[in-house]
Design a protein around this ligand. Structure first.
Ligand SMILES: *Cc1c(COP(=O)(O)O)cnc(C)c1O
Length: 421
């Protein structure tokens, strides 16, 4: 685990970045690391430097880079058939959907590609249910969502975002959404009424900085939805599939939603694959021609998805998330007061608030990258850690050492020489 220094050769990195910047829309501000190869929890850049990947593709890489079983499933399927469209059946979709439905304990699966598409599908299905089953008057259905949410980037989804950056200049917005504070049951109770089709929430708010609701919140959402006849739609695109130490974060809270939205890790870090899961009483309302996707349920994605479900079926990754989560929590809690103001975590997933007087989240991320650890900041002074679940305890301890050293360096800079703690 060599530590990069200022003197390290970065020639290829610089060239690759200029090349990208000349032609790429600037809708991201990536850290200056150009990944060329990856295996397990580690990536290698174009200049040969190695980094521990603690972003894990925003949890799309829960099983690490190039998991042998997932690669084998993809390779085997590549040689057979990769795309049929849903105009025909393919021999991989049935087995994948059957196993995924069993994993989630739901009757039906609707496969899509990206997370945003799963959310859009969830919105459509909830509205359809409201009109056909709940009896909401035409075009009056509402969906209650939480402030601080992140559900994707489409025009409808940013219509109910509370992040000004996600919305500014993209109106007009889709009506029919009510925003309530997250983790606030009285506010939710007051907002859910006879027009409410669904409550759409993240069981843990990932992009908001790994915001973990109080014990009992998800059970409260379940109770309110049941009492008021609204669907509980759980966006587990980032929290699901092992990340929090259980297959679904809702499962960890002992709660069964009406609809699961899955994505990210479902495609094994190989292909985009998302899905909406629900019982027949909900997903069974869609008829041919009413919703679809050219690539949704393609045999390549289904083959990888089935292998992902098989990995989750062993319980090994959920156990790894719990184990890594304990290491993460212990290491981070020890930094509170030394540059860290707060830590929130759920399994192998942590949001770390950096003292803004010390450094920005971006600065800490850049300094960590310089030491071979990849993480991502959010909302100015928060950084997130989500190790691939194949990372070892030692990998993670080493990364925590790097964070401790970065914070010590920041403190030395802020307090001046000789006065650092
Ligand atoms: C990433 C994410 C999405 C959107 O997924 P995309 O694949 O980027 O469209 C939706 N919801 C949550 C909770 C996410 O983390």
């Amino acid at each position: 685990m060599s530590i990069r220094t200022e003197a390290a050769d970065r020639t290829r990195t610089r060239a690759a970045i200029s090349r990208e910047e000349a032609v790429l829309a600037h809708n991201y501000h990536p850290l200056p690391v150009v990944v060329a190869r990856a295996e397990g929890a580690w990536v290698t850049d174009v200049d040969g430097h190695r980094y521990l990947d603690l972003l894990a593709g925003y949890s799309a890489l829960n099983f690490g880079h190039g998991h042998p079983r997932l690669l084998a499933a993809a390779r085997e399927q590549l040689a057979k058939v990769t795309l049929t469209s849903r105009a025909f059946h393919n021999d991989r979709l049935g087995p994948f959907a059957e196993k995924l439905a069993a994993l989630a304990g739901m009757d039906l699966v609707l496969p899509m590609n990206t997370g945003a598409e799963a959310v859009e599908t969830g919105v459509k299905v909830a509205r359809r249910w409201a009109y056909e089953v709940k009896g909401v008057p035409a075009d009056r259905a509402t969906i209650v969502v939480a402030a601080g949410n992140f559900h994707g980037r489409t025009t409808t989804i940013v219509s109910f975002s509370t992040d000004p950056q996600a919305r500014a200049g993209f109106g007009p917005f889709t009506p029919g959404f009510t925003v309530v504070p997250y983790d606030d049951l009285p506010a939710l109770e007051a907002a859910v009424d006879e027009h409410t089709a669904a409550v759409l929430i993240e069981p843990v708010q990932g992009e908001a900085g790994v915001v973990v609701p109080a014990d009992g919140y998800l059970a409260g959402v379940r109770r309110i939805c049941t009492e008021r006849r609204a669907l509980f739609v759980a966006d587990e695109i980032q929290s699901g599939l092992g990340r929090t130490g259980t297959t679904f974060a809702c499962e960890g809270a002992g709660v069964r939603p009406d609809v699961y939205l899955l994505g990210k890790a479902l495609g094994g870090g190989i292909v985009p694959l998302s899905a909406v899961l629900a019982d027949r009483a909900v997903l069974g309302l869609l008829q041919p021609g009413e919703h679809g996707s050219t690539f949704g349920g393609n045999p390549l994605a289904a083959a990888v998805g089935e292998a992902v479900v098989d990995l989750l079926g062993t319980g090994e990754y959920q156990a790894r998330a719990r184990r890594l989560g304990a290491v993460l929590r212990e290491g981070l809690d020890a930094m509170i007061g030394d540059g860290v103001t707060a830590v929130r975590s759920a399994g192998a997933w942590a949001g770390i608030d950096i003292d803004p007087a010390l450094a920005s989240g971006r600065h800490v991320c850049a300094a960590l990258a310089g030491r071979g650890v990849l993480v991502k900041d959010t909302h100015g002074s928060t950084i997130r850690m989500a190790p691939p679940l194949v990372a070892t305890d030692d990998d993670l301890r080493w990364a925590l050492d790097q964070l401790r050293d970065v914070l010590a360096t920041c403190r030395a800079t802020v307090t001046g020489p000789g006065r650092a703690r």
